[in-house]
Design a protein around this ligand. Sequence first.
Ligand SMILES: Cc1cc2nc3c(=O)[nH]c(=O)nc-3n(C[C@H](O)[C@H](O)[C@H](O)COP(=O)(O)OP(=O)(O)OC[C@H]3O[C@@H](n4cnc5c(N)ncnc54)[C@H](O)[C@@H]3O)c2cc1C
Length: 233
Amino acid sequence: MAESRGIITGIKDETPNTKTFRVKLDKPINFLPGQFAMLCLTIEGQLVKRAYSFSSSPANPKDVEFTVKRAPDGKFAPHLFSSRINDAVTVEGPHGIFTYIDNSARDLVLIAGGSGIAPMRAIIRHILEQKQDVRIQLIYANKTLRDIIFKEELDELSSANDNLALHYVLENPPSGWKGGAGFITHDFIKKRVRDFSKPLFYICGPPPMVQKMIETVTRLGATHDRIKLEQFN
Ligand SMILES: Cc1cc2nc3c(=O)[nH]c(=O)nc-3n(C[C@H](O)[C@H](O)[C@H](O)COP(=O)(O)OP(=O)(O)OC[C@H]3O[C@@H](n4cnc5c(N)ncnc54)[C@H](O)[C@@H]3O)c2cc1C
C-alpha cells in the first residue's frame, strides 16, 4: 500500500452535486479497477480521511480520478468541493476487494446507484481500453435525469462499443423517458439478463440498494461466489 502526495489538477462538474477530481500523484498507486483509496485532508486542524473509489482506469497510476457526491452536512465532501486547482490532497491505497481481474469472466452485470458508478466507470474504461472480449451490461439507477453521472460519456462509449449495453433507471423520469422507471426491480433485471449462471455481478451504491440487489440477483439464480459488492456508507 502506498501513500502519495497528490495535487488537484482538474475539477469537473458532473451533476449539480457531484464533481470529478483529477489528482496528480508524486508516487504511482497501482490499483485494480474497482478499488478505492483513502483521501486525507486536514480540516479545522484535524486529519480527516474518507474512502473514494478510483473512477479512472488504472492506465495512468500517477494521474487518477475520484468522483465525489456532496453529502448534505458532510464533513469531508463539502471541504473537498471547496478545493481549487493546485491544492494538495494525500491519497492512500489501494484498498478493497471490489476488483475486476482480467479474464475472470466473459460477462459482467454492473448494478450501480448514484455515485456507485465511480468504480464501475473504472472497470468499464479498463475493459474497453484493453479491448477485452467481455460483454458488459450496466444497470444504473438515479433519482432524476440530471443526476446520471457520466451520462454523455457512457452513451458515447456504448455507441462505439457493441459489448457495452446501458440500462438507466430513474425514480422520477421525465415525460417521454424510454428507460426504466421507479426502482430497479426483479423483472427489470430478468428481462435484460437472460442467463444468471454465467456473469459476474458487481453491485455498488448506498447500503439499502446494495442489500436489495443482492437479494434480487440471488433469487434470480446468481450464486454468492459470483456477486461482488461495495457499499458507500
Ligand atoms: C469503500 C467506499 C468507497 C466509497 N467511494 C465513494 C465514491 O467513489 N464517491 C462518493 O461520493 N462516495 C464514496 N464513498 C462514501 C465516502 O467515503 C463518504 O462517506 C461520503 O463522501 C460522505 O463523507 P462526508 O465526510 O462528506 O460526510 P460525513 O460527515 O461522513 O456524513 C455523511 C452523512 O451522514 C450524515 N451525518 C453525519 N454525522 C451524522 C450524525 N451524527 N447523525 C446523523 N447523520 C449524520 C451527514 O449529514 C451526511 O449526510 C465511499 C465509501 C466507501 C466505504
